[in-house]
Design a protein. Structure first.
Length: 406
C-alpha cells in the first residue's frame, strides 16, 4: 500500500534520516580526505576514526533520553532539538580550523559533533518506534535508510565535489547549513503525539532493558554481541581508508564525488530495496550469509584497483558494487537488530546493539591506517576481506532456530 508513504509523519521520517546521516561522514571519511590533502600520515588518519567513539558507547546515556524530556514538546523532540543545535554549532567550529593548526582543535570539534550525532540517533530511533503504527514500520525503516544514505552521499560525494571549488572550511560551513534540515524535520514530527511511557526511575530505565535482553536470549546474548561487532568489521576497515587510497592512487576528488553521487546513489537505493525484499522472503541465515560474503567481495574490488593504474571505469565498477553491497547489508542487518529489540525497551536495547555495531566500525577499525602503511594497499584490502570471516562464522549461533524467521 503505497499511500502509507504519503503522510506528514513519513516525510518527517525521511528528513530525520537525512539529519541523522549527515554528520557521520563529516567526522570520518570526509575528514580523512581533508587530512590526506593536508599531509597527515596514514597512522594519524586511521587513529582519527576514534572521534566516532560516541557512536559505540551511546547506550551509556540512552537511559537519560528515556527518563527525561520536556513533556509539552515530547521527550524525543526535546533531545532532537538540543542535539541538532549542537550539531550546527559543532560543524561551524570545525569550519574554523584546519589539520595544519594543532590537530587537537579540529579533533575536539569533530568529537563534539559525533557526541551530538550519536545522541540524536538514540532520540530518532526511539521516536520512530514510539509513534509509528505497526503497518508503518516497514515504510518508516525504508524512508529512514533512504534519507540516511542520501545524507551520507551529500556529506561525502557532495563535499568532495565542493572541495574542488571551495576550501574545506567553506565546505564544512555549508554542511552546517544543510544540517538545519533537522529543525524542520523535528517540527514536522510534532504531527504525532509521543506516548508518555517513561520509566519511573533512572535505575529502572537502565536495568530493565538489560535484564529483558539477557532473559530472552540467555547464553546467545554474548554470541549476538560478538556478531554485531564483527559482522561489518572487514567492511569498516576498508571504508576507513578507502578515501585515502583513492586519492593517493591518483583519482580526483571530483570523480570520486560524482561517481558516489550518481552510480553510488542508484546502487544504494537498488541495494536497499532488494535487501528489504530478500529479508521478507529469505531465511535470516541466508540473508546474513549472502550479504556478508558480498561485502567481503567488494573489498576485493578495491584490492583489484590497487593492482592496476587508476581508471574511471575501474572506479565506477568498484563504487557500484560497494554501494550495492552496502544497501543490501544495511537493510538485512538493521532488520536483524530491530527484530532483537523488545518494544517496551527498544530505545536502550537498540542503542546498545547499534553502539556495538559502531564499535566494530570505529574502535576495531582504528588501526586500519597502520595496517595499510605496513602491508601496502593491495595487502591491506586482502586483509580486510579476511577480517569478514569471524563475523560470518558466528551466523549459525545468532540465526539459529529461535531467530530463523525474518
Amino acid at each position: 500500500m503505497t499511500f502509507v508513504y504519503f503522510s506528514r509523519a513519513m516525510f518527517a521520517v525521511l528528513l530525520l534520516g537525512f539529519s541523522s546521516g549527515l554528520p557521520l561522514m563529516l567526522v570520518t571519511k570526509t575528514l580523512q580526505a581533508w587530512m590526506t590533502e593536508a599531509g597527515c600520515d596514514l597512522t594519524t588518519i586511521g587513529l582519527a576514526t576514534l572521534v566516532g567513539l560516541p557512536y559505540s558507547i551511546k547506550v551509556l546515556w540512552a537511559p537519560l533520553l528515556d527518563r527525561w524530556g520536556w513533556a509539552r514538546l515530547g521527550r524525543r523532540r526535546t533531545w532532537m532539538l538540543a542535539t541538532q543545535a549542537g550539531l550546527v554549532l559543532g560543524l561551524l567550529a570545525m569550519s574554523r580550523w584546519t589539520p595544519s593548526d594543532p590537530l587537537l582543535l579540529l579533533a575536539c570539534a569533530a568529537l563534539f559533533v559525533a557526541l551530538c550525532s550519536a545522541t540524536q540517533d538514540v532520540a530518532l530511533d526511539a521516536w520512530r518506534i514510539d509513534v509509528l503504527a505497526p503497518a508503518e514500520l516497514g515504510a518508516g525503516a525504508s524512508l529512514a535508510i533512504l534519507g540516511y544514505r542520501c545524507a551520507v552521499l551529500t556529506s561525502f560525494a557532495g563535499a568532495l565535489r565542493l572541495a574542488e571549488m571551495l576550501s574545506w572550511n567553506q565546505v564544512y560551513a555549508l554542511m552546517a547549513v544543510a544540517q538545519m534540515v533537522g529543525f524542520a524535520a523535528t517540527w514536522l514530527a510534532g504531527c504525532r503525539r509521543e506516548p508518555d511511557t517513561r520509566p519511573t526511575t533512572l535505575v529502572e530505565a537502565i536495568w530493565l532493558p538489560l535484564v529483558d535482553f539477557a532473559r530472552r536470549f540467555g547464553w546467545r546474548a554474548g554470541a549476538i554481541a560478538a556478531f554485531v561487532v564483527l559482522y561489518k568489521w572487514g567492511d569498516a576497515l576498508a571504508g576507513n581508508m578507502s578515501t585515502s587510497f583513492l586519492l593517493e592512487h591518483g583519482y580526483k576528488k571530483g570523480d570520486i564525488g560524482d561517481l558516489q553521487g550518481g552510480l553510488g546513489l542508484a546502487a544504494t537505493i537498488a541495494g536497499t530495496l532488494l535487501g528489504g525484499w530478500a529479508f521478507s522472503r529469505w531465511s535470516l541465515a541466508a540473508c546474513l550469509w549472502s550479504f556478508g560474503l558480498l561485502q567481503a567481495a567488494t573489498n576485493l574490488a578495491y584490492w583489484g584497483l590497487a593492482l592496476v593504474p587508476a581508471t574511471w571505469n575501474g572506479l565506477a565498477a568498484a563504487v557500484t558494487v560497494e554501494n550495492l553491497a552496502a544497501g543490501l547489508g544495511t537493510a538485512a542487518f538493521v532488520g536483524f537488530l530491530m527484530a532483537l529489540c523488545d518494544r517496551r525497551s527498544s530505545a536502550v536495547q537498540y542503542a546498545l546493539l547499534s553502539g556495538l555495531m559502531a564499535a566494530g566500525r570505529d574502535l576495531l577499525a582504528a588501526p586500519a591506517g597502520w595496517v595499510a602503511q605496513h602491508l601496502g594497499w593491495s595487502g591491506f584490502f586482502l586483509a580486510t576481506a579476511v577480517a569478514a570471516i569471524p563475523g560470518l562464522l558466528l551466523i549459525p549461533l545468532v540465526a539459529g532456530r529461535r531467530h530463523q524467521r525474518t
